[in-house]
Each structure stands twice: as C-alpha cells, then as structure tokens.
Design a binder for this molecule. Structure first.
Ligand code: AMP
Length: 350
C-alpha cells in the first residue's frame, strides 16, 4: 500500500537441488493472488535467481508483489552457500524472515541472505507471534505450568524433557515414549515401542524430577492390540500387565483421567506429541482426552508444538480451542529444548 515492492521466496518439499515441476511454486502464486486480491506475479526460473527472475524483479512497479521459484531448486540453499545467499540478497534492500517452520535450519534464504542484504533484516509477524507465545510459555510461564510430551520416541525428545524439567510444575509423558519409562522399571512392555538404550536416561529423568519437585506422570494403564492396525483386537491392561505378544497403542482410560486431572487448573500448558496412535480411531482416545482437558481450561495459555500434535489437534476438532498452534514442528521442539534458532538469531543480528 505504501509503494514497496515485495519479493516473496519460500521452499516446497525436497527437490534436492533440481527443478521438479511438481514442486514448482507457480500454483502458490495463483493462490496468493486470490488471497491478496492483487496479482502476485510468478518469476519462473529454474535457477531461482537467474536472468528471468532478475529481469522480472527489475521490471516491478511500486506496490507489485512477485514470488520466486522454489528456493530448494538450488542445491546451495540447504547448505547455506554464499553465492546463492548473495544472489537472493542482491534483489532486495530489506529482508523480512517469517519462516518459523524453517527457523531451526541455517539455509541461504533465511540465514545466509542476512549477511548480504544492505538494509535491515527483521522477523515478520508470524515469527514474532511464535517467539512471543513459545518464549513466554517456557521462560516466563504463568503457573501451574504443565507440559505434555508424547509421540514415538524418547530419543527425539531427550533435550526437551531435560530442559522442561527445569521449568514445569508437572510433566506428563504418554505415547510410544512411555514404554521406555515402564521398561526401565523392569515392566513387560510386549511388542510396544521401546528404546532400551534410553532406559537408564528415563530413570535419570525421574530422579531429576523428584529432586526438582516436578510431578512426572507416566501411564497407569494401556490400550494393547494384537496388531498395528485399527482393525486389531484390543483391550485395556493395567501397568505392568502388557502381554508379551501385544503392543501398546494408546494410554488407557484411567491414565486419560489422571492426565486430564493434572491439566485441570493449569495456567500454562505446552503439548508436543500424541498420547497414542491417534491416526487410528480406536487408539485416539488418550489424545482426545488430553486435547479436551486443554480445551476446557479457562484463562489459561494453551500451546501446541507443531507437527503431529498440531495435526492431531486439528484432525480431532480442537484447533480453534487452543491459544496457539505452532506452525513449526522441528522449530518449536528446538525452542522447547532451550536452543537458539539460527533463523531468529540471524534476523535479530541486524
Ligand atoms: P513424534 O513424531 O515423535 O511426535 O511421533 C508421532 C507419532 O507417534 C504419531 O504418528 C503416532 O501415531 C505415534 N505414536 C504415538 N503413540 C504410539 C504408540 N503407543 N505406539 C506407536 N506409535 C505411537
């Protein structure tokens, strides 16, 4: 509206440095045109910033918006290469980074480019919102602060558990990662997901929780099935009673109640990772119970880490009941680990 010329860039999928027509951003320009109610031109160019794109940018009028081709058509993009960073920077005076979903990666289009843009490099409104919500929740939470972690593996959430134990009042562990905690106590977990190498770590985390006065909850019952399928035979068993030939695919009803009670009264809740295989309706109840308990809170800040928990929340119909659903799975996880995100740091530097 003020006459600026806007050059948009993004990636789509993993073309791995080669132009792939099915991953072209051409349809994105069309859709953006509809959403903006203003033409968004597409700078078709297999080199992203090749002669065609440069000419298209040079021909822009004040107020024009243009979209570049998929930045991952260039192999240097994901390596944060200098040449491509310079090419991108050469097009613009000012750089706005609004890609929270990529903020945990140092690529040309979000980090490298900031070294070469002449003017300011800043974060956009979405980045600001993500940083405000996740940052406040983790560093300055209104208490009680409850974190819920689930999903498949302990190994992928080690640093999150460790960092959150310094901050939360209650830590709830569900999903596939809970079986490693059970096995660590010598309990039979049958064919459930298990990371034996992390049993000792699980015990260490329980000890840390105790020392810190953090309530750490793991499932007290489990829905076990004879196959990894929605059509499998299934039943509920108590803790330590998982049959050797079955696998746990969801937390049981007593656990759902225990977790929901722990969420009640919370002022800040952060959730990352489903409580079971929510993609199969027979094993979605635990995840629904947690989502429902969060949705029922009044005056609390409820935050969903991106990825599978965001998908679960939206798919199960709780999307509009949460304060904030992060747009970045990996990025929000690294944020919860207490790490600095390269994309944020680079923009802040200028
Ligand atoms: P993550 O990416 O680590 O958050 O894992 C998410 C995935 O974990 C989802 O696709 C769930 O279906 C899966 N998951 C959750 N609980 C279990 C479980 N008990 N057994 C197997 N997979 C699970």
């Amino acid at each position: 509206a003020d006459g600026g010329k806007v050059i948009l860039c993004s990636h789509l999928g993993k073309p791995k440095g080669e132009p792939k027509p099915e991953l072209s951003l051409a349809p994105v320009a069309k859709r953006l045109t509809e959403l903006l109610g203003q033409e968004v031109k597409f700078a078709a160019d297999a080199n992203v910033v090749g002669d065609n794109a440069k000419a298209a940018v040079a021909a822009m009028n004040d107020g024009d918006v243009i979209l570049l081709e998929n930045t991952r058509y260039r192999a240097e993009e994901t390596k944060n290469g200098e040449a491509f960073s310079k090419e991108l920077a050469s097009l613009a005076d000012v750089f706005v980074n609004d890609a929270f979903g990529t903020a945990h990666r140092a690529h040309c289009s979000n980090v490298g480019v900031t070294e070469f843009v002449k003017g300011d490099c800043v974060v956009g409104y979405l980045m600001q919102k993500e940083i405000d919500f996740l940052g406040n929740a983790v560093n300055n939470p209104e208490r009680p602060f409850v974190a819920i972690l689930g999903g498949a593996k302990v190994s992928s959430k080690i640093s999150v558990i460790e960092n959150l134990l310094d901050k939360v009042d209650t830590l709830i562990i569900g999903g596939g990662m809970a079986y490693t905690f059970m096995a660590a106590h010598g309990e039979e977990v049958g064919k459930s997901l298990l990371e034996e190498d992390y049993e000792e770590y699980a015990l260490k985390m329980e000890k840390k929780a105790e020392e810190k006065g953090v309530k750490l909850l793991i499932p007290v019952d489990t829905v076990v099935a004879d196959d990894f399928s929605n059509d499998a035979n299934f039943k509920v068993v108590g803790r330590g009673e998982i049959p050797a030939d079955m696998e746990g695919l969801d937390v049981g009803p007593k656990t759902a109640e225990l977790f929901a009670d722990a969420i009640k009264g919370a002022k800040t809740v952060v959730w990352n990772g489903p409580m079971g295989c929510f993609e199969m309706p027979n094993f979605a109840k635990g995840t629904i119970a947690v989502a429902q308990a969060m949705a029922d809170l009044e005056g609390a800040t409820t935050i969903i880490g991106g990825g599978d928990s965001a998908a679960a929340c939206n798919q199960l119909g709780f999307g509009d009941k949460m304060t904030h659903i992060s747009t970045g799975g990996g990025a929000s996880l690294e944020f919860l680990e207490g790490k600095d995100l390269p994309g944020v740091v680079a923009a802040d530097d200028k």
